[in-house]
Design a binder for this molecule. Structure first.
Ligand code: SF4
Length: 450
């Protein structure tokens, strides 16, 4: 790094980027966009390769002579600097570049501005200037400082018959893994202690990118569910997974939970258990043997908490289907569950199904479901009395009381651990709590002195 920004008495070092832009005016505009984004993040530019922290070469691959010129420009940047990111038309065929220059930091295709900027972040992160920047490095957040949601993708490739999200948000678009990790790292640096991974279908992460691989902190990681779990698990904070489907490849994440790398918590929106209802719902993974899978997960990771949501009164749901669901829920030991009465959403395919369930029957099933769920939850809560659990503190009062959450509790949707004699404890602390009592959804305890 080389440049010094003088602010109100404070000196900051801004990273410098070299840019070589080859080819047509369209490529030039691409370079301008990349530079505009980098400049807005506080980067400076160097007109010499050897004065830069990294060099971006925006290539042209229109003719063989243009390719040769691009390869020569890459070679010069490698010789003069050694840290080079390649983008542009030639980036669409990365093997041509990597076979000649295997030590290139990243290769991205044309129009992949976000990827180029992400690759720059990876090589040389932006420097936050608290005196000039209007937004803190972790962005503006609506959650408390100690936890944050981490969105890894948009849209969904599934077509559940009751849902219109794919119509509203389109198919799955996953964020490249290094972008997600860069954001996660910024949040952790800003004091976040718990990251909640969210998407429409977390287990499908990266499918749309064909699991594209990117450099991340000296390693190469795929834009893929397990790689993401592993990389997040290295950040040293609580990692909680939401909206995961029970596909076989999820099994490997349970191993990470058993090793303490990510929280032993899975939020799986099962929606139902009866095969005919799942089929009518067109649910992802509806053919997987989920009961067996959950039982197997619990053998690997006995502390696993499974949260889920369910729909009762789906069109065509019979009394047998509903009872199947209740039994399944008890057998699976679903720790936490939300339940909704089916509603016909405008535009959803399920509206056209036969045998809609009358409202009174939906209500009756909902009440029966909630009662069984209360019993399952109470049993599982009671089993925790006498144990010592790790708890993250959400809130403290002036009389030594504190509210927190264990590994088993996501914010807003799950129960709490209510702690007495917690003098000196602060929001965001992670402490050990001996559980003395439990009710259906909450636990009660005292801090264990270290
Ligand atoms: S319910 Fe979830 S998985 Fe199904 S289509 Fe909607 S967003 Fe996708």
């Amino acid at each position: 790094m080389s440049d010094i920004i003088q602010t109100t008495g404070k000196k900051l070092t801004a990273p410098k980027i070299g840019v070589v832009s080859l080819g047509c005016p369209k490529a030039l505009v691409d370079s301008e966009r990349i530079m505009t984004q980098l400049r807005s993040e506080g980067y400076q530019f160097s007109d010499k390769h050897d004065g830069a922290d990294v060099v971006i070469v925006n290539t042209c691959g229109f003719l063989d002579s243009a390719k040769e010129e691009s390869l020569a420009a890459i070679g010069k940047a490698m010789k003069d600097n050694g840290k080079v990111i390649v983008t542009g038309c030639m980036g669409a065929e990365p093997e041509q570049i990597l076979s000649k220059y295997p030590n290139i930091m990243a290769v991205t295709g044309p129009h992949q501005y976000e990827d180029v900027v992400g690759a720059v972040h990876d090589v040389v992160p932006p420097v936050h200037d608290p005196f000039l920047d209007l937004v803190p490095p972790e962005g503006l957040k609506l959650t408390p400082r100690h936890y944050s949601y981490l969105k890894i993708s948009e849209g969904c490739n599934n077509r559940c018959s009751f849902c219109i999200i794919p119509k509203l948000r389109g198919d799955l678009v996953s964020r490249p893994i290094h972008h997600v990790m860069f954001e996660a790292e910024k949040l952790v640096n800003a004091g976040v202690k718990e990251l909640l991974v969210i998407s429409q279908d977390t287990s499908a992460y990266g499918l749309d990118t064909k699991y594209a691989e990117y450099p991340w902190r000296g390693t190469r990681r795929k834009t893929k569910f397990l790689d993401l779990c592993e990389a997040l698990g290295e950040l040293g904070v609580w990692i909680r997974l939401h909206y995961v489907y029970p596909y076989p490849h999820v099994d490997a994440a349970i191993e990470l939970m058993a090793q303490g790398k990510i929280l032993p918590y899975l939020d799986i929106p099962f929606q139902h258990a009866a095969p005919s209802v799942l089929k009518a719902m067109k649910r992802p993974a509806h053919q997987e043997k989920t009961l067996e899978r959950i039982q197997n997960w619990r053998k690997i990771c006995p502390d696993l908490t499974v949260r889920s949501s369910f729909i009762v009164g789906f069109p065509g749901e019979t009394e047998d289907d509903f009872e199947y669901l209740l039994e399944w829920m008890q057998e699976a030991g679903i720790d936490r569950a939300g339940c909704f009465k089916y509603e016909p959403v405008q535009g959803a395919d399920s509206n056209a199904l036969d045998n809609h369930v009358p409202e009174e029957l939906k209500q009756e099933r909902w009440e029966r479901f909630m009662e069984i769920q209360r019993q399952v939850s109470a049993e599982r809560q009671e089993a925790k009395i006498g144990r010592t659990l790790e708890v993250i503190i959400d809130d403290v009062d002036d009389e030594g009381g504190a509210d927190g959450r264990s590994h088993a509790d996501a914010p807003e949707i799950d129960g709490a651990v209510l702690i007495r004699d917690a003098h000196g404890v602060k929001q965001g602390d992670i402490i050990k709590v001996k559980i003395e009592d439990a009710d259906d959804y909450d636990l009660y305890g005292v801090p264990v002195q270290a």
